[in-house]
Ligand binder design. Structure first.
Ligand SMILES: *Cc1c(COP(=O)(O)O)cnc(C)c1O
Length: 377
């Protein structure tokens, strides 16, 4: 699915030198590299505050703690996402409210979101799934009307741009009250271990969060709130600092591969290729999608056969995600009604994600698309 080794070989000299510098400096925690990467990322995303932390799941949890969400508060998020999003809602004893997604973008469905709002709703967590920004303009309007926080789970869409109706643009993750990301190795900006970050333009929230990531300390050994220990280590920061200047190039490489896939499958009646409802364009040509995953919908009922056929032919592929969250044992709830999840229930049976990374070449793409088209013709 990814080729981290070839990517590393191309940047080996820079990355190895940075890591060596950290080792020589012995500033393993909170060293200068962490501050430098933080500043570089603030500039790249055009956001006032980046708070680095240990991983993307912590980032979500800390963002929710920072906003002061309390047990019983309802938090609305998409039924079709990685479990981390809903896991932290549960861990904080908040009440997760899962809603259906749009059939084309796989992102939270705006009508379903509106329907799910109650007097207890305190926050919305849009997930920019597979690298495509959710319909933030509509989400911000709803949030404003109902006085809700917006926490963007941007683990899959770092570097994506969102274009508002007036033509202005913002980077994914910097649009709501707070955004979170993950630097897990296979993410679009990945380190060589675990890492994450929280983004916000809100000075007060940034201050609160900086204390929370560090045991609730605002002054050394004075603990004002219950915090956690969640740090980005210096070695990972050094890797990320070396890779950040390449992020736009990486996003373009992914979009080029997506464009190749889209063209190759355009005439196949059994395949729906990724498109976007939020911008109305084919996403391979627009910058609201950074293709963390390239995900097809197989409409003739042969998804599982295709999955096996590709594996037999040495082509990696994966089903993200095979079970809707509302049907997972940990998150089942009698409040949920199957009629409210028609899209997710269908997607789990039709989606398949193909190899998607920065190193895909034309020969590989030709082999993958030909194998699929031959099988599904
Ligand atoms: C990867 C991911 C996370 C969690 O990130 P970790 O760094 O693995 O903790 C959260 N949300 C989404 C949508 C993700 O894809």
């Amino acid at each position: 699915m990814v080729d981290l080794q070839s990517q590393y070989q191309k940047i080996k000299e820079t990355v190895d030198a940075s890591i060596q510098e950290v080792l020589n400096s012995s500033a393993y925690i909170n060293g200068p590299y962490v501050k430098e990467f933080q500043a570089d990322l603030e500039k790249y995303l055009d956001v006032k505050h980046i708070i680095p932390c240990a991983n993307g799941t912590d980032a979500l949890q800390i963002a929710m703690m920072g906003l002061g969400l309390k047990p019983g508060d309802e938090v609305i998020t998409a039924d079709f996402t990685f479990a981390a999003t809903v896991e932290v809602i549960g861990l904080l004893n908040l009440t997760p409210v899962l809603v259906d997604v749009e059939p084309d973008s796989f992102n939270i469905d705006i009508e379903a979101l509106k329907k799910a709002i109650t007097p207890k709703t305190k926050a919305i967590v849009p997930v920019h799934l597979f690298g495509q920004v959710a319909n933030m303009e509509a989400i911000l309007e709803i949030a404003k009307e109902h006085n809700l926080f917006v926490i963007e789970d941007n683990a899959q869409a770092i570097g994506a741009n969102y274009t508002f109706k007036d033509g202005s643009k913002k980077k994914a993750g910097t649009i709501g009250n707070v955004g979170t990301t993950s630097f897990f190795p296979s993410k679009n900006l990945g380190c060589y271990g675990d890492g994450g970050a929280i983004f916000t333009n809100d000075d007060d929230l940034a201050h609160i969060i900086r204390g929370i990531v560090n045991h609730g300390m605002y002054k050394r050994y004075y603990h004002d709130v219950v915090g956690v220990n969640s740090r980005l280590d210096s070695v990972q920061a050094a890797v990320l600092k070396a890779k950040l200047p390449l992020l736009d190039e990486y996003c373009n490489a992914r979009r080029n591969a997506a464009r190749f896939y889209n063209n190759a499958f355009a005439a196949n009646p059994n395949i729906i290729t990724p498109t976007s409802s939020s911008c109305g364009q084919i996403c391979a040509t627009c910058d609201c999608h950074v293709f963390h995953q390239y995900t097809l919908q197989i409409t003739n009922g042969k998804r599982d056969e295709l999955h096996k056929h590709l594996l037999d032919n040495g082509i990696a592929n994966a089903i993200y995600y095979p079970v809707p969250l509302h049907k997972q044992k940990a998150y089942e709830d009698e409040r949920y009604n199957e009629d409210d999840f028609t899209v997710t229930n269908k997607l789990v049976q039709t989606v398949i994600s193909l190899p998607m990374h920065t190193e895909l070449d034309e020969e590989q793409l030709t082999f993958i698309t030909k194998t699929i088209n031959d099988f599904l013709s």
